[in-house]
Design a protein around this ligand. Structure first.
Ligand SMILES: [Zn+2]
Length: 255
């Protein structure tokens, strides 16, 4: 049994923590100069680059290491470089590196904060050069969009908020639920923003942006009836993405 006094103190401390979390969050707001979107970020570009470089070897190892054929790697380097040097990516402070992973069973590509981008051989072997540019453009989009940094800032915000709510009242579970939903929603938004940036990068670098739609079809076919969960969990429905990609092509190319 708790006395009324301690209950009041718990609420007070809880509200103070929640207020602190909100103030901290508001102070972290900054406009992304490449997307125009106001984001909640609590790290510098240099820190993003450091985190990416530090995590890259482990990420490679988790996917069976790097693909041994240097000619394939050279092709990825060339396409990546073409995208970076001819687009808004050139103006960003990030260090872009493109890695071909040996994994020939998992269809996947991802980016670490600061510019380290990865594609598995399983996905790579299904793509022509323009489609490869689409995938790499999408991954560069995650870097430019600062999605990892945003999620890190969001998760520490939700952790603080959850802590405050748990101290104040027995609402921890509820707030945690909101937090997770928010993270997932951001994740889907991230994918759509990266698709749009990918389309922009393709157009700026002279690639046919409609090949991004072909990438979506390849991903959809790869997801298949049996292999859905892995991809669907973090990525929006390919049909939805195709619609948004068409809108982005019209926006940037005018046709
Ligand atoms: Zn993505």
């Amino acid at each position: 049994m708790r006395s009324r006094g301690s209950w009041k103190i718990r609420i007070f401390i809880g509200l103070a923590i929640v207020a602190f979390a909100f103030i901290q969050r508001c102070n972290n707001k900054e406009e992304n100069p490449y997307t125009g979107r106001v984001q909640n970020i609590n790290m510098s570009a240099d820190q993003e680059i450091a985190i990416g470089l530090q995590s890259a070897p482990e990420m490679a190892q988790q996917h069976g290491g790097l693909y041994p054929d240097e000619r394939m790697q050279a092709l990825i380097d060339a396409v990546g470089k073409k995208l970076v040097n001819n687009s808004i990516a050139r103006e960003t402070p990030y260090q872009y590196d493109f890695h071909l992973l040996a994994d020939d069973r998992t269809i996947n590509a991802f980016a670490l904060p600061g510019g380290q981008c990865f594609i598995t051989y399983a996905l790579f072997k299904q793509l022509n050069e323009s489609q490869l540019a689409g995938v790499l453009g999408h991954e560069i989009g995650h870097v430019i969009g600062r999605h990892s940094a945003e999620r890190i800032a969001d998760s520490s915000f939700w952790q603080t908020l959850t802590m405050g709510a748990t101290v104040g009242a027995d609402m921890g579970g509820v707030v945690q639920g909101i937090g997770q939903n928010t993270l997932l929603t951001n994740g889907r938004g991230d994918e759509l923003e990266s698709d749009e940036l990918g389309v922009l990068l393709m157009i700026q670098s002279g690639y046919d942006p409609y090949q991004m739609i072909e990438v979506m079809k390849i991903l959809k076919a790869a997801a298949g009836p049996n292999r859905a969960p892995e991809f669907q969990s973090t990525h929006p429905d390919p049909e939805n993405r195709i619609q948004k990609i068409k809108e982005a092509i019209i926006k940037y190319q005018g046709r």
